[in-house]
Ligand binder design. Structure first.
Ligand code: ZN
Length: 296
């Protein structure tokens, strides 16, 4: 079983193209059209959730920037509706983590703005706060010692890496186009041996990306048994995305989910929506992922 959590507040944040409300709107329309799926509106999160990852002064600065319509960081335009969207996304992610840990049900947080570029005290690349790092911190509070974060967004999850790279209880895999924004993510960046970057050029056959991520998952978990799988699920890795050059298809995300479930049948999976800038393709990608989480 799988459940999808969202927050309608996430639709309000409207910084302009390409990280636009229509991305999430298209995803929600697609999920709601499938009677087998359950889409739940989560309670908004609170500031305490954000402080699991971000220092208080940084959070104050973001909130003030949103109220004044000032940027929260490099390529992070904010407005009055952005703060409720940030709290809404945090609430949906917290609900997804709780569903996975309390009820052992795979869960997906359909949220925006995305989070994986945000460092502890630096917003960047459309990402004000780091949601997957928050999910990891929440899980730790619930006693999860070993969590695997898989980031298949076409961009390097630099913010997540910076937050977890000295934490041996978290292993982080990022497959991304390289060289490409944000220019980091070399294979040599290993953290404390817990970081596994897979930088790849654009335009390879889709099977190359499919298998490269799977091999990295194998390498990252050799002799190490995760208790929770967190996915920074970006769909700008799909063919046709305006911001990426990978050639993956929605079914490839489903294949990864099926393989993860086969390899770790009792371990809950939490997916979080990151990038994906062709709304119809994003919707197909999320739908394929959630369907794979929900099926037998
Ligand atoms: Zn991306």
């Amino acid at each position: 079983m799988a459940r999808v959590f969202t927050s309608y507040a996430c639709l309000g944040h409207a910084p302009g193209l390409p990280e636009q409300p229509e991305r999430l709107a298209a995803v929600l329309r697609r999920l709601r059209a499938d009677p087998a799926l359950e889409v739940i509106e989560a309670e908004p999160g609170d500031r305490d959730l954000l402080t699991l990852v971000h220092p208080g002064p940084f959070i104050d600065q973001l909130e003030a920037a949103a109220a004044s319509g000032l940027p929260g960081g490099e390529e992070v335009p904010l407005g009055a509706a952005s703060w409720p969207a940030i709290l809404g996304s945090a609430g949906a992610v917290a609900a997804a983590v709780a569903s996975a840990l309390d009820a052992s049900r795979h869960a997906f947080a359909a949220v925006r703005p995305p989070g994986h570029h945000a460092e502890a005290a630096r917003a960047m690349g459309f990402c004000p706060v780091n949601l997957v790092a928050m999910a990891r911190a929440l899980a730790r509070r619930s006693g999860v010692e070993r969590a695997l974060i898989i980031d298949w967004d076409v961009h390097h999850g630099n913010g997540t890496q910076a937050i977890v790279e000295s934490d041996p209880g978290t292993r982080f895999i990022s497959m991304h186009q390289h060289p490409h924004y944000p220019w980091s993510g070399l294979a040599e960046e290993r953290g404390v041996g817990n970081v596994f970057n897979v930088p790849l050029p654009p335009g390879l056959p889709r099977a190359s990306y499919l298998e490269a991520l799977w091999q990295a998952i194998g390498a990252a978990t050799e002799g190490w048994h995760p208790e929770l799988l967190l996915i920074s699920a970006g769909y700008d890795c799909l063919a046709g995305d305006p911001l990426g050059g990978f050639t993956l298809e929605p079914e490839d995300a489903a294949t990864w989910i099926h393989r993860l479930r086969e390899r770790w049948p009792t371990i809950p999976i939490v997916g979080l929506m990151e990038g994906g800038y062709a709304p119809a393709r994003l919707a197909d990608g999320v739908h394929a992922t959630v369907r794979a989480m929900a099926g037998p």
